[in-house]
Design a protein around this ligand. Sequence first.
Ligand code: HEM
Length: 359
Amino acid sequence: MQRQAISPIFTPKMMTEYMPSFSNHCELLKRKLQSIPNGKLIDVYAEIAPFTYDIVCETLLGTKVRFAQNTWKSEFFHLAELGYEIVFERMIKSLYQSDVLFYFSKRYNDYVKIQKLVDNFTRTILKDKQSDTQKPFDTCLDRILKHDLTEKQQMDATYVIFTASQESITTIISFVILMLAIHPDIQQKAHEELDRVLGTEDDEIPFTIELLNSLEYLDMCIKEVLRLYPIGHIIQRECKQDFRLNNDVVLPSGCSIGVGIYAMHRDPNIWPEPDKFIPERFTREAVLNRHPYAYVPFSAGPMNCIGKIYADLLMKSVAATILRNNRFECDYKRVEEITLKTDISIRPQKGYPVRIYSR
Ligand code: HEM
């Protein structure tokens, strides 16, 4: 139900309506970054998350909850990450799948704390919506709320939209900045494109779909990040009928299948030097020469990601804003030095440490 209710929201018309919101919040992010002293070591994720959270809250949920202006608790950021770890542990540890055994585990108290925070957050959003009569556009949440749902279903839907969008988008943008900081030559090419397309003045950028689509090199950088660090690194499916693979192994009906997207994206038979960051893997010619399912960061088929178009345009808006005015350096010299941790998504163990310099 949720999927059908949300899908029509990401038409070009709706995306056009979101553009002023992207532009306004990106301008605020630009100013925030301008206030950071040159050469300071920052964690990119922590700097941009309040702004991407606000854009998602405004455009997908239609709420005035604000993270960048501290009207919501910073505690949320810490607990959100802990929440992802617990969800993943419950997926992979058989003991944690039993509610009774989980109740007696050391994770249970954290789980209750997170659940309270999430409930409080989603209730605030839903209450905030009821009192807001001036809506510039229909959001994902507006469409979901048109269905006959219980309060619990409304709260779950609110949180799914929020968590499926903001975390993935912020993570990928942060990885893009980290990759460009490791590869100054690639960063230089991205800067040249931004200067050419957006100009070099320090003015506010009124983003449009056409403008963002013309940032082809930035798009290649984002795609290469999504290859190296697919957020949904493993997805699960249930086999509905016996299925014979090419090597004659039969997957029996009812069995659960894990599709290892991370491993597929680093298969050396398809991706030469798979651990290297090479945006040119995504030139039009290179893409045409590969099997379309060799690269599936948004999954594929009937259960694929519904937010791809939205994610694509928002990631480009934020990445372009950050890069247009700043240059980044970092202590890592090679991609392989970044150690990853995985739960329901992939993150670097030590965050995204980069030095920021204004251009
Ligand atoms: C870089 C950004 C994103 C990435 C890499 C990503 C990736 C994915 C992947 C791999 C799946 C499929 C999981 C599966 O097949 O089991 C998925 C599902 C989903 N995504 Fe995204 N996503 C992103 C952004 C978004 C955004 C912005 C939204 C906004 C609404 C969103 C909403 C969803 C929803 C609701 C599903 C579940 C679809 C279903 O079960 O029918 N995602 N995403």
